[in-house]
Design a protein around this ligand. Structure first.
Ligand SMILES: Cc1ncc(COP(=O)(O)O)c(C=O)c1O
Length: 460
């Protein structure tokens, strides 16, 4: 007799789920009529009604009208505790006063000027004080741009073509890195990415040094790009020996090690994940918190002998140097906001102590909530990053995060949380960011709501 996969729903369960889903939609639409109307309008002008597909959830997203600290409010006045916190950018919560006030002061002086200014110098100095591997840095407006320029620089410096990235790793929408984020891993992550753009991209298995070595040995590799903690992949941390091993592999091959710290930078410690893991990359890319969390931000930095390839004084002829730039590169608002926040983070180890404590407390509580009711679900993460997985085993890479994955349960939990005033993204791959504005009582509420879901999901 064929054994039933415990992670699949049978017909009766599917029927019940359908009934529940309908009830849920009716309830949601009664609570959020203004968001529903706004979404109808949005669909007329924005494809899919949003500016980033990840922000959509079924049947339509809430439209936010106010945000403060750890809370947001929608157009209908519903209040939510927010664990999405601006794609993980808002380390201090929404509208952190020192950052907002710095931006207001800057607006009164000048916003966009397109000339060098003091705040880019201050922020660059501040980053290199905090992140040991960064000797020189250039600023962009997004993590995507930073990743793109870092790839180009790595290729320019090594005079090699191949870039390796990991299954489950997300570095933004740049063509040569936009593959292997979700299954099927070998397919480009978007229409319009031509084969040739991916010809020199190698996909690697996360947390598997032997697998990495087998794929890269003998290859003229320019760089390995890695998130020290898979973010969009579900908050799955690298094992410490894994990052140390990548360092050794890169040294052996003469390739650059690039850390994508767009999420982990200034979140896991003032010196980023590289300080926590004690591994020094050649280049690092940043975003999110770099700009104070409230403004578009990106940057890439690292060893001076590599970054110097961008130096127009040392290399006056454009074709002899690597290019980076842009109208709003190092925009003063972002630079001043970022400098204000980073300076504060540098002098406040207790912020990280609090974030780590809250993270541990939440992970413990959530694990207990699942195990108390025997629900096949697992909690991953480190520091203030949390991943929830309805999988057979606790994931340690992108592949195990797919094993026996029950997306319907993940979505049901998402809607249960939403109905109970808690929001995070995404419904399918829940990854939550705790901010310094969250308190233990918020996490108690999160744990209670998850436990309530676990109870209902396992009660016949
Ligand atoms: C790890 C990582 N790298 C790069 C990016 C791209 O950054 P951005 O959205 O600012 O382009 C993201 C965005 O979420 C990210 O999480």
């Amino acid at each position: 007799m064929a054994r039933r996969n415990p992670c699949r729903l049978n017909e009766v369960e599917e029927h019940l789920c359908f009934g529940l889903a309908v009830k849920r939609i009716v309830k949601y639409s009664k609570l959020t009529p203004n968001s529903m109307a706004m979404f109808d309008e949005a669909r007329k002008y924005l494809p899919g009604g949003v500016s980033y597909s990840i922000r959509y959830f079924e049947p339509y997203p809430i439209y936010v009208s106010a945000a403060r600290d750890r809370r947001i409010w929608d157009l209908d006045g519903n209040e939510y505790i927010d664990y999405w916190t601006g794609h993980g950018a808002l380390l201090m919560g929404h509208g952190y006063r020192p950052v907002i006030e710095a931006a207001i002061k800057q607006l009164k002086e000048y916003a966009h000027i397109g000339f060098p200014h003091e705040w880019e110098v201050k922020l660059a100095r501040q980053v290199s004080r905090m992140v040991e591997s960064v000797e020189l840095i250039r600023f962009t407006n997004s993590g995507t741009e930073a990743a793109m320029y870092a790839c180009r620089l790595a290729r320019a410096y090594t005079k090699r073509k191949f870039i390796a990235k990991f299954e489950g790793g997300w570095h933004g929408g740049y063509d040569c890195l936009h593959i292997g984020v979700q299954p099927p891993y070998k397919a480009p992550g978007s229409l319009g990415i031509i084969e040739e753009s991916l010809k020199y991209t190698i996909l690697l298995p996360f947390n598997d040094l032997e697998g990495v070595w087998n794929r890269v040995k003998g290859i003229e590799l320019a760089a390995i790009m890695v998130e020290p903690v898979l973010g969009a992949g579900g908050a799955i941390p690298a094992e410490p020996e894994f990052l140390r091993g990548l360092r050794e592999i890169c040294d052996e091959l003469g390739a650059l090690l690039v850390f994508d710290e767009v999420i982990t930078g200034f979140r896991l410690s003032p010196g980023g994940a590289q300080r926590v893991y004690g591994v020094k990359p050649d280049l690092t890319i940043f975003g999110k918190i770099l700009g104070g969390g409230e403004f578009p931000a990106g940057g890439f930095g690292g060893r001076a002998d590599i970054m110097e390839l961008l130096d127009q004084i040392k290399y006056p002829k454009p074709h002899e140097r690597a290019f980076q730039g842009g109208t709003y590169a190092a925009n003063p608002l972002t630079m001043r906001a970022g400098y204000t926040l980073l300076k504060e983070l540098e002098g406040n180890p207790e912020i990280y102590h609090k974030l780590d404590q809250l993270g541990d407390y939440a992970r413990n509580g959530l694990e207990n909530a699942f195990s108390r009711y025997g629900l096949a679900a697992h909690v991953t993460g480190i520091g203030s990053m949390i991943g929830l997985h309805f999988t057979r085993e606790k994931p340690r890479d992108a592949r195990t995060a797919q094993l026996g994955r029950n997306v319907e349960k993940a979505k049901a939990l998402f809607h249960h949380a939403l109905e109970n005033g808690i929001i995070y993204l995404t419904p399918e791959v829940p990854h939550l960011f705790i901010s310094a504005a969250h308190a233990r009582e918020d996490l108690d509420k999160l744990i209670d709501v998850v436990e309530d879901y676990a109870r209902k999901a396992t009660t016949p």
